[in-house]
Write a protein that binds this ligand. Structure first.
Ligand SMILES: Cc1ncc(COP(=O)(O)O)c(C=O)c1O
Length: 456
């Protein structure tokens, strides 16, 4: 995700004359759409709620963990992404990749919107089924499955699943011989943020062998799947993958299979969605007639923007010996060239880090951008101050930003916030050092359509 160039002055978060009672600040909604009530832009509403919640905490007197990091999740964002999906990819039914963010409210909303679900484990399957989703709306999209989970899938009727190797075919034959199996093929994911084809996917030669073996084993191959890599950057990867999938469909026909399902995986991002969708549509028109059902497994596209994280500054260290000349690559969050900078530099320690919700730095190669939510010192906010930002654990790897500029001198007890924290964040948080791996989320909806479905 590209770092935002927004410089947020804390003053900007105070919107004159807003009526706090119109802002929903709990997940037990009052049925009103906050967007309709306030007329504020969704991001401004989120900031207001972050600020309101943070300002209730007195770090000089609060109980342990009261000042913990928390999320504001705007389900209106998820709703808008779904509408955008339907506009741009009307032929492709999304099966939301639960692994990306298994948040119950997200799943509930997407279930109500008619989405399917890509589940990769027993827990994910059970979570989605537990919310009343029919098993036919789930694909067990893990080509290398645990045997006991396969038996569980058979027991609960989740019949669609992927495979990419011969051992998996024998496993499926012994655990779930009637499963509807989908052959995952390799893609060129070299331009993607997170490469998956190093681990999964059959090359075309192997795919042909697997189809022959599946036939010998009397298994029910129904389609082909691929994934162009998470955070994909090259839209032509879809063109090549769809062309390869068509080759496998033809190969399957020579083995007596009439395939009916193409699963185009995930990889979509908010920033490039329309460009990727156009490429994918063109490839589908060129290679797949309308009777072939097309599904996808989008994850980050749906949730990245919907979650904003607020964190508290728990400690600070004056390190004015840090290099004082701004470097262009370090200008996260601030236009350094336009503002005067302070002589002072600090290390800030937050109560969340890479072992927590910032696990996306390690596992998802992200660079979250800090913005000031609330500062107790208003005096020098016209100055940019140089910081490095660290997590709360004792490990030196626990760094959120090695170098950034933020307005004013921040202090212990102040709050920072980070947008775009909805994908591959809290799902991979740990309890290392005794910190919590769960954090409060305040759910709101900035979209009347989502409010109608969620009741808030
Ligand atoms: C099989 C599978 N499907 C879907 C996804 C979701 O990908 P993305 O979040 O890029 O859409 C992943 C991510 O790792 C995956 O492994």
């Amino acid at each position: 995700m590209a770092p935002s160039a927004i410089l947020l002055n804390p003053e900007d978060t105070i919107i004159e004359n807003y009526d706090k009672n119109n802002l929903l600040v709990s997940n037990h909604g009052d049925g009103k759409s906050i967007y309709a009530n306030t007329g504020l832009a969704p991001k401004e509403i989120v900031k207001q709620i972050l600020l309101e919640r943070a300002s209730r905490i007195d770090t000089d007197a609060c109980d342990p963990d009261e000042e913990n990091a928390f999320y504001v999740a705007d389900l209106g964002e998820v709703y808008r992404q779904h509408m955008r999906w339907k506009t741009n990819l009307p032929r492709v039914k999304p099966f939301y990749a639960v692994k990306c963010n298994p948040d119950e409210e997200v799943i509930k909303l997407l279930a109500a919107l008619g989405s399917g679900f890509d589940c990769a484990s027993k827990t994910e399957i059970d979570q989605v089924l537990g919310l009343g989703v029919d098993p036919s709306r789930i694909i067990y999209a893990q080509p290398c499955k645990t045997k006991s989970y396969l038996r569980h899938a058979a027991n609960v009727g989740v019949s669609q699943m992927t495979f990419d190797n011969a051992d998996e075919l024998y496993k499926i034959r012994s655990c779930y011989p009637n499963a509807e199996i989908v052959l995952r093929i390799l893609t060129d994911d070299s331009a993607s943020l997170c490469r998956l084809s190093t681990k999964f996917g059959a090359d075309l030669e192997t795919a042909a062998d697997l189809l022959r073996l599946a036939k010998e084993l009397d298994l029910n191959v129904v389609g082909v799947s691929f994934h162009v890599g998470s955070g994909a950057a090259d839209p032509s990867a879809f063109t090549k993958a769809v062309t390869d999938a068509k080759w496998v469909f033809d190969q399957a026909a020579t083995n007596g299979y009439d395939l009916k399902l193409l699963d185009v995986g995930g990889g979509f991002t908010d920033e490039t969605f329309e460009v990727f969708a156009a490429k994918l549509n063109d490839a589908l028109v060129d290679h797949f007639p309308p009777h072939v059902r097309v599904i996808a497994e989008p994850g980050r596209y749906y949730t990245a923007n919907a979650f904003t994280l607020a964190t508290n500054i728990i400690a600070r260290r004056d390190v004015s010996s840090l290099p004082s000349t701004p470097r262009s690559s370090d200008s996260y969050g601030s236009d350094v060239s336009a503002a005067s900078t302070s002589e002072k530099s600090y290390m800030l320690y937050l109560n969340d880090g890479v072992y927590g919700n910032f696990s996306n730095i390690i596992f998802d190669h992200q660079h979250p951008t800090a913005q000031v939510l609330h500062s107790n010192r208003a005096a020098d906010q016209d100055k940019l101050v140089e910081y490095s930002i660290w997590g709360p654990t004792c490990d030196g790897i626990d760094v959120i930003s090695e170098h950034c500029y933020l307005p004013g001198t921040l202090d212990i007890g102040d709050w920072l916030f980070f947008e775009n924290m909805g994908a591959y964040t809290k799902c991979s948080a740990t309890r290392f050092n005794g910190f919590k791996d769960t954090h409060e989320a305040i759910y709101i909806s900035s979209e009347p359509g989502a409010s109608a479905l969620l009741g808030y």
